[in-house]
Design a protein around this ligand. Structure first.
Ligand SMILES: [Zn+2]
Ligand SMILES: [Zn+2]
Ligand SMILES: [Zn+2]
Length: 345
């Protein structure tokens, strides 16, 4: 401190501000501390972030920043019990589906998806990365052009933070959609974002031992193709497939792909047909949880624990941890994504 006093008052003020900012960040980070769940620790695997003992980590890891389908919860105009009371008193745990990636080697952060909840998600992710002062992520990976997965980019524009060349990773059709349609094209004209073109099955090396690989999946591709991601860290790897039509329509075998990774965050939009007034589930282009439970039934106990269901429609009963659906899914050895859970890579 004596050293600081010899310098100009501006320097002292900025140092103090920085120190208080650092302190604030540390306090906030402590508040937000969540549990990292080790896949090889079977004693903690079935626990949620809230149940398990808490500790801090500085390792490269993923964090769940949102678990809900594109339109959020409560969903506009919903009068059913799923959204009762939530318009007046929102549940802060219900954010649109997103994963955060913290690269401990470079003290950088990446978002998977730019959701309508991007503001609080960027805040959470940058708070967890305690070694950097940056308030903004270092890159955003997009899966496809459906409203929950990219429209958060609007908050990078002139009316909001007016970002400076935030790297956005996108597949060719997604890139061209953003380049050729307003208001997204304005983000490029103003250099709020810079698009890094992805190629299916071609990896982006983020740092030594950390890479991200997009792969095509079948989905309603009106404006863009749809990808899932494989995220490979120094020790562990994850699959992220928030939206896909039925598993059977994919060229790869999902069961084999689950076995190859340590975590699999998978589309679980609907639990069963009751949510859709008992419509024929074979005609709804998402794998229902009850279909996935059957398909993944032959996995061994360890492999079942890798499956973390995510992307829940507002009607999905598994959002409620006291529901029969939640209990059935977890009793069978699978997991329901919980916001703020962290996973070492
Ligand atoms: Zn979606
Ligand atoms: Zn609802
Ligand atoms: Zn979609």
């Amino acid at each position: 401190m004596t050293l600081f006093l010899r310098h100009s008052s501006y320097f002292i003020l900025s140092s103090l501000l920085l120190a208080s900012c650092n302190q604030k960040k540390e306090v906030e980070a402590k508040k937000n501390e969540q549990t990292v769940i080790e896949m090889n620790d079977s004693s903690s695997i079935s626990k949620t972030a809230e149940d398990a003992p808490r500790h801090q980590t500085t390792k490269t890891r993923l964090v769940i920043l949102g678990t809900i389908q594109d339109a959020g919860s409560p969903q506009i105009t919903c009068k059913k019990s799923c959204c009762e009371g939530l318009f007046e008193d929102p549940d802060q745990r219900r954010k649109v589906v997103s994963l955060g990636l913290i690269d401990a080697l470079n003290n950088t952060t990446y978002l998977f998806e730019a959701t309508p909840d991007i503001g609080s998600q960027v805040k959470k992710l940058t708070q967890l990365e305690t070694n950097s002062e940056s308030e903004m992520v270092d890159g955003i990976f997009l899966t496809h052009a459906h409203m929950g997965h990219y429209t958060g980019l609007m908050y990078l524009g002139k009316e909001a933070m007016d970002a400076k060349n935030t790297p956005v990773y996108a597949m060719p059709r997604m890139k061209s959609f953003l380049e050729n349609n307003g208001p997204w094209s304005q983000l490029l004209v103003r250099e709020n974002i810079h698009i890094n073109a992805l190629r299916s099955d071609s990896s982006v090396q983020l740092s030594n031992g950390l890479k991200v690989t997009p792969f095509l999946v079948p989905h309603r591709d009106e404006f863009s193709e749809t990808v899932g991601y494989k995220i490979e860290g120094p020790n562990k790897s994850a699959l992220f497939i928030p939206d896909i039509d039925k598993w059977e329509k994919w060229s790869k075998d999902i069961v084999t792909e689950i076995r190859k990774v340590d975590y699999a965050f998978l589309d679980a939009t609907f639990f069963d047909a009751k949510e859709l007034n008992n419509r024929d589930i074979s005609q709804i282009p998402h794998p229902f949880i009850i279909e996935s439970l059957e398909k993944f039934g032959d996995l061994n106990k360890i492999d079942k624990q890798k499956v973390i269901f995510i992307h829940f429609n507002h009607t999905n009963p598994v959002i409620d941890r006291t529901s029969k659906a939640y209990k059935l899914t977890t009793l069978k050895g699978f997991r329901i994504a919980q916001i703020n859970e962290q996973f070492e890579l």
